[in-house]
Design a protein around this ligand. Structure first.
Ligand code: ADP
Ligand code: ZN
Ligand code: ZN
Length: 659
């Protein structure tokens, strides 16, 4: 009787065996119902074998093999297997998380048919700029190539993507476009559908209703959809005719999944292009330093767009305001306020950027020193005045704002520092005639709200925008001519050595919002450290200079991309429990058998307590990626053999971005 080797969504590094009278070798890649524990699960048939190392009568009998979908292809298995191996994840978890939820249900609900998409009228493409034409010509149509499209904001990267997609479609292939955030998909979807009105374009992201997601996934898998736009999980979508992958804003941290299976969708995408022998284009105005280093050492081809596509739209002038010599009102300097006033007078828009939502980051009692700490985390509770709540932005815990100090009863407790709500209130008070619009995750919660907000900004229904990085990305606001940046300094001296890279990207991105059309843009950055080289690079729009300086520092300090890292993390009710476990993992014999791998000491994480759990970590590092990759599975297997307290959870993250 045939033996099915089945992948199940479990954190175990093995397949599960069942017998099935009806199975044939053609059933590899189909879903199957199997008994598991006292219930049933949906698994994926990874192999059909003749024999098992177990006596067949000890194996359970599989249930129905589901034949509503064609079998998932070998390249899908190979991609998931690569991801599982590279990221030390369980293969079954990777395979099954890549499927839409509806395909993993034991009971399938009745489904209504999806709406037929409208078919917009075609928009004719603009003539290419010289640089765009060169970039497109440089990407080979066939064979694996990794291409970095390094183009300043507004340089017309999207047009390059569209032409490359057109070329892929013309040769009968599908295109996969990955974008960092759901927020960006509606805009791009409209643009892509308008360009290719006769093609089926589908999107795949977490905000889609389950049924829509499954429908889109099926269309992609069946090859009916020729263009797939999606966020990170879409990288695993099986696509029978895939001929091009685009990763827009490739530097964006949201391509990295930070829980469950921890992977970088960008890096998986590069692997996938390599596996299929097709081109991949990574686009950014501020590439990640990893990608930049790959372009410098010629592993990736570099395509350059140094000028804005619209010749009228010049890059904004960036000025640094030295706040040490200025009087600030609610954090806003007089020159910035004056610049806003000038825009108001001219009927143009301003954006005040502050990457901290809420009213104030903490509420405190000056009498006894009480501060609003989160009971569950090593973090402060943020004051949200609008709904009178204190809220932890890490674990979500919240409660009412106390009327008096909970420790000493003092009624005169104060908010310290400021977030977007407080800034909005001040801006409105200072410019009573202006229409002020705050844009952050508290004011914009859904994709629908986001679309409404974008429409309002476009229609000129707001004079002053107060917003977080939500507003920084990929949007064209023709009337926006001034960007003021507050609170940039906190990233300059952060313990996290990636903070300058992120700050630079954020500043360039937000600066890119100003002056996209005919009106000249201006950016004013408030800082107490005007001489910091990061600001000089922003002023000069000099990403290459910034990257060179950062890479030199990284090389000297022995940080990525010059070393490769992984981190073992442990969460437990007590820190000692977590640290003891990490010490045991560090002391395992395998850690001494791999000379090229350096094992650091266990330490508490920067945010040591999250949602009532104490968190510790242990970094391992190697100058060689293969050496690290050879070490990790041995180490993981040895850790799995350790006796671990039942309340302790651990995981390994490869290429971590945060510590
Ligand atoms: P990026 O993605 O590089 O920030 P976009 O692709 O959004 O830039 O392009 C910026 C603007 O320039 C858009 O309004 C776009 O329509 C326009 N644009 C792009 N390419 C051309 C071109 N070849 N000629 C004229 N306008 C262009
Ligand atoms: Zn007090
Ligand atoms: Zn908390």
């Amino acid at each position: 009787m045939p033996v099915l080797r089945v992948a199940l969504d479990l954190p175990l590094h093995r397949l599960f065996e069942y017998v099935s009278a009806e199975a044939t070798t053609n059933d590899v890649g189909l879903r199957v119902r199997v008994p598991f524990g006292r219930g049933e699960k949906i698994g994926l048939i990874a192999e059909v074998a003749e024999t098992s190392e177990w006596p067949l009568e000890q194996l359970k009998t599989a249930g129905e093999i589901l034949r509503d979908l064609p079998p998932l292809p070998a390249d899908f298995f190979a991609l998931c297997e690569f991801a599982a191996t590279y990221y030390q994840a369980a293969p079954g978890e990777v395979l099954l998380q890549a499927l839409p939820a509806g395909l993993k249900r034991l009971v399938v609900p009745e489904r209504r048919k999806g709406r037929a998409g409208r078919s917009p009228s075609a928009v004719s493409p603009p003539p290419l700029t010289e640089q765009q034409a060169q970039a497109i010509a440089a990407v080979p149509g066939e064979g694996f190539s990794a291409n970095l499209l390094f183009g300043v904001t507004g340089s017309g990267k999207t047009e390059v993507y569209l032409r490359l997609i057109e070329r892929a479609l013309a040769s009968g292939r599908q295109a996969l476009v990955l974008v960092p955030e759901i927020n960006l998909t509606p805009q791009l979807e409209t643009r892509v559908s308008a360009r290719f009105p006769s093609e089926k374009v589908v999107s795949l992201h977490s905000e889609l209703a389950e049924a829509a997601r499954e429908r889109n996934w099926r269309a992609a898998f069946a090859g009916e959809a020729s263009i797939v736009l999606g966020t990170r999980l879409a990288v695993f979508t099986p696509l029978p005719r895939l001929g091009l992958i685009v990763v827009d804003e490739e530097h964006d941290p949201s391509f990295k999944q930070q829980d469950g299976m921890r992977y970088s969708a960008r890096d998986v995408a590069v692997f996938r292009a390599h596996q299929l022998g097709i081109p991949i284009v990574l686009g950014s105005a501020t590439p990640s330093l990893e990608t930049w280093a790959n372009a410098q050492n010629k592993r990736y081809r570099q395509l350059l767009l140094t000028e804005r596509a619209n010749p009228e739209a010049t890059l904004p002038a960036v000025h640094v305001l030295d706040t040490r010599k200025m009087v600030l009102q609610e954090g806003v300097s007089e020159p910035l306020a004056a610049a806003i006033a000038a825009r108001l007078e001219r009927g143009e828009q301003s954006l005040v950027f502050l990457n901290r939502r809420g009213y104030a980051p903490v509420l405190a009692c000056p009498a006894c020193g009480w501060v609003s700490r989160c009971r569950r985390c090593a973090a402060n509770m943020v004051l949200h005045l609008a709904d009178q709540r204190l809220r932890c932005h890490h674990c979500g815990f919240e409660h009412r704002v106390p009327k008096a100090c909970p420790t000493c009863g003092n009624q005169d407790i104060h908010p310290f520092g400021r977030g977007t709500q407080r800034l909005e209130a001040w801006v409105q008070q200072r410019f009573p005639e202006a229409r002020v619009l705050r844009v952050d995750r508290d004011s914009v919660k859904s994709r629908k709200q986001w679309e409404t907000v974008l429409e309002r900004i476009h229609a000129g229904e707001a004079d002053i925008l107060v917003g977080t990085q939500m507003l920084a990305k990929g949007h064209d606001f023709p009337k926006l001519t001034l960007v003021g940046v507050l609170g940039a300094d906190s990233a300059l001296f952060a313990a996290d050595w990636r903070a300058p890279e992120r700050l630079f990207a954020q500043l360039m991105q937000v600066a890119g919002r100003a002056g996209r059309a005919e009106l000249k843009g201006e950016v004013l950055i408030q800082t107490q450290y005007p001489d910091n080289p990061l600001f000089s690079a922003v002023r000069a729009h000099d990403y290459p200079g910034f990257a060179t300086q950062q890479l030199k520092e990284r090389e000297q300090a022995g940080f990525p991309p010059y070393t490769f890292q992984a981190v073992l993390r442990a969460e437990a009710p007590e820190m000692t429990m977590a640290i003891d476990f990490l010490k045991a993992a560090a002391a395992l014999p395998v850690t001494r058998e791999h000379d090229a791998v350096l094992v650091f000491d266990p330490v508490p994480m920067k945010m040591a307590r999250l949602a009532n759990l104490e968190r510790g970590q242990l970094v391992v590092e190697s100058p060689s990626r293969p050496a690290l990759q050879a070490f990790l599975p041995c180490w993981r297997e040895a850790i799995e053999q350790l006796k671990v307290p039942s309340k302790l959870r651990w995981h390994i993250e490869v290429d971590p971005l945060e510590f």
